[in-house]
Design a protein. Structure first.
Length: 449
């Protein structure tokens, strides 16, 4: 019997299908994993079959409900859903190496490319054509971003332009007598407010930013008119003046002005009052922010200020549902792929009380009135990502051309962490070293990282 291997703990498929989670760290046993199916059309013509599906725990609330609905509507297909804890990209890569992936996979941003290169997930073009699926239901950037060698390897379950939102503590601004942020703020406004909101003796900072990863760096450099990579993903751009300016701005706030939290900010830092503003955040983090804040203070969310050249700092994130190449239940698995990327799944993700609130990457989801009327947030907050997605096509989805995401991210994090910890000062020399190491990772042969 095949097994799905969790990293850092697990939940049984049966208990997840019933919506009950456990904290077991044991291996997850699957009753029907790739290679154990009974035929392509079984389950659609009379014989009952089992289909396995996995995701992160961040989708567990919505996907558990959608699994129950699927099983009710498709009595000949028993969908067994598992939410896997831990570092999800590592979980997926571990199972891919072991040949123990589920029939259907929710894949985190920047993971599908490696699985497509290694042959672990299959192109869906023939199924799309056969069933006349209208790909215009999803944002164009979501569909084009899931193509490799002109083949489509998934449908967008989630997607967003990200690292471009600013959460702020309304009560802190009121106490300091500072006008609240709005979408017309400049970076100088942010710095001035952060200076006034910082209490060095109490170790409370006016501002904190998400920092360190490939996605964080991409958004940060774009705010200054630069980028991490060329749009074709082949060349590093961190030796350009714009990259140096962006990195120096952050270094100044950490180490010279000392008005920015000297770590990558998290919702818990905002909720505890350690920072009055949390920047370069995801709109989908609002649920975690609400949980962290509870009733401690009033808060809001606006777009991050544009950079000196008037550019938005953002990157695009796409999370698909894909089909395992080894599954023998292609038709049943294809139904599951469509089920978890439809409008109702997208709205359910956006309305979660736990996990991420990033909705489905669909044109009929982002501004769905059910999302805009979510009673947990003001309509003003909810309308921002709705309107922001109008610009989705102008925010590039850039990935390393050799798909060596693991190696590339390791280089980016190593150098950005050094700047954060003041182990390196951003100057032409250190940025050149960063550039050379990043380019070396980009020059590696094509792989499944």
């Amino acid at each position: 019997m095949n097994r799905v291997v969790p990293v850092g703990g697990g939940l049984t498929r049966r208990s997840m299908a019933m919506g009950a989670a456990t904290g077991s760290a044991a291996l997850l046993t699957a009753c029907s994993l790739p290679g154990s199916g009974a035929g392509e059309r079984a389950g659609l013509t009379g014989e009952t079959v089992r289909v396995s599906f996995i995701s992160r725990t961040a989708e567990q609330e919505a996907f558990t409900k959608r699994t129950a609905d699927f099983n009710e509507q498709h009595p000949r297909i028993i969908l067994e859903y598992t939410a896997l804890p831990g570092d999800y990209p590592a979980v997926i890569r571990t199972n891919a190496a072991a040949g123990t992936l589920a029939d259907v996979l929710y894949l985190q941003n920047l993971v599908f490319q490696g699985l497509a290169v290694s042959g672990d997930i299959q192109p869906l073009d023939a199924l799309v054509k056969r069933d006349r699926i209208n790909l215009k239901q999803w944002y164009d950037s979501g569909i084009t971003g899931l193509k490799l060698d002109n083949k489509l390897f998934g449908l967008p379950a989630r997607g967003q332009i990200q690292n471009c939102y600013l959460y702020y503590n309304k009560d802190a601004f009121q106490r300091a007598g500072i006008k609240e942020p709005d979408d017309n703020w400049k970076l100088d406004d942010l710095v001035n407010a952060a200076d006034r909101l910082t209490s060095r003796g109490e170790n409370r900072f006016g501002y904190g930013t998400q920092w360190g990863t490939y996605q964080n760096a991409t958004a940060a450099l774009r705010r200054w008119g630069g980028d991490l990579l060329t749009l074709d993903g082949k060349k590093s751009m961190v030796d350009r003046p714009e990259a140096l300016q962006a990195t120096q701005w952050h270094w100044e706030l950490w180490h010279r002005k000392q008005i920015m939290l000297p770590k990558s900010v998290a919702p818990a830092d905002f909720g505890s009052g350690a920072v009055a503003m949390a920047g370069q955040m995801l709109a989908g983090a609002r649920g975690n922010v609400r949980t962290a804040v509870k009733d401690a203070f009033r808060w809001g969310m606006v777009m991050m200020p544009k950079g000196p050249t008037g550019q938005i700092g953002a990157d695009t994130s796409i999370a698909p549902v894909s089909l395992n190449t080894r599954t023998k239940l292609v038709d049943q698995g294809w139904l599951v792929v469509q089920w978890f990327t439809d409008r109702e799944a997208g709205v359910a993700l956006g309305l979660q009380q736990t996990g991420s609130n990033t909705p489905g990457m669909r044109k009929d989801v982002y501004c769905d009135e059910r999302l805009l009327n979510d009673p947990n947030y003001s309509r003003e907050i909810l309308e921002r990502p709705c309107k922001a997605m109008e610009t989705a096509g102008s925010v590039p989805y850039t990935v390393p051309a050799n798909y060596r995401q693991v190696e590339v991210n390791a280089v980016v994090k190593q150098h950005n962490d050094a700047f954060l910890k003041n182990e390196a000062v951003p100057n032409p020399s250190t940025m050149r070293a960063f550039h050379q190491e990043l380019q070396a990772a980009l020059d590696l042969s094509r792989g499944g990282g």
